[in-house]
Design a protein. Structure first.
Length: 157
């Protein structure tokens, strides 16, 4: 994806002169696409040298965000983006459908299976949020995951 078309707000936290790695892909807006999004994310994280713990957390977050985009919007595909900074990974998922006012945490006391995904995202993320898409229809929901960097040698800022 071109630098001016990022799904997420202005990136912060990158070191001066450091390379920011981005990977963007789209999946059909169908429930079976959740596993496809997990596989694509895992493959990229492996290529970037990240450990299994980050893989598991990213799998959880991408599953929840893609599932919400499938269930709560009417678009035909979903855009996903991973942005790897030195000490954080940003995940952004954009739906292209007729979304509501945006995602909301569900704090209900009942035992429903649905409605807890964003509570999980909130619990494992250093930050998360949503905003209207910068162009066209839809919403972007993003999450930031702090991490120790890839297994490869990483220079400090």
């Amino acid at each position: 994806m071109a630098p001016g078309n990022a799904l997420i707000p202005q990136l912060t936290g990158a070191c001066s002169g450091s390379t920011v790695r981005r990977y963007a892909f789209d999946v059909p807006a169908r429930t079976e696409s959740v596993s496809l999004a997990r596989r694509r994310s895992r493959a990229m994280l492996t290529g970037w040298g990240h450990d299994e713990e980050l893989h598991e957390t990213v799998s959880l977050v991408i599953s929840e965000l893609v599932t919400n985009a499938v269930v709560h919007t009417a678009g035909d595909h979903i855009l996903c983006e991973l942005t790897d900074l030195r000490r954080a990974l940003l995940i952004a998922v954009r739906d292209l459908g007729c979304g509501s006012a945006g995602p909301r945490l569900c704090h209900s006391g009942n035992e429903e299976e649905r409605g807890r995904g964003l509570l999980l995202v909130d619990a494992v993320s250093s930050a998360w949020g949503s905003h209207d898409a910068p162009y066209g229809p839809g919403r972007v929901v993003w999450a930031e995951l702090a991490h120790q960097g890839p297994n490869k040698a990483v220079l400090e800022c």
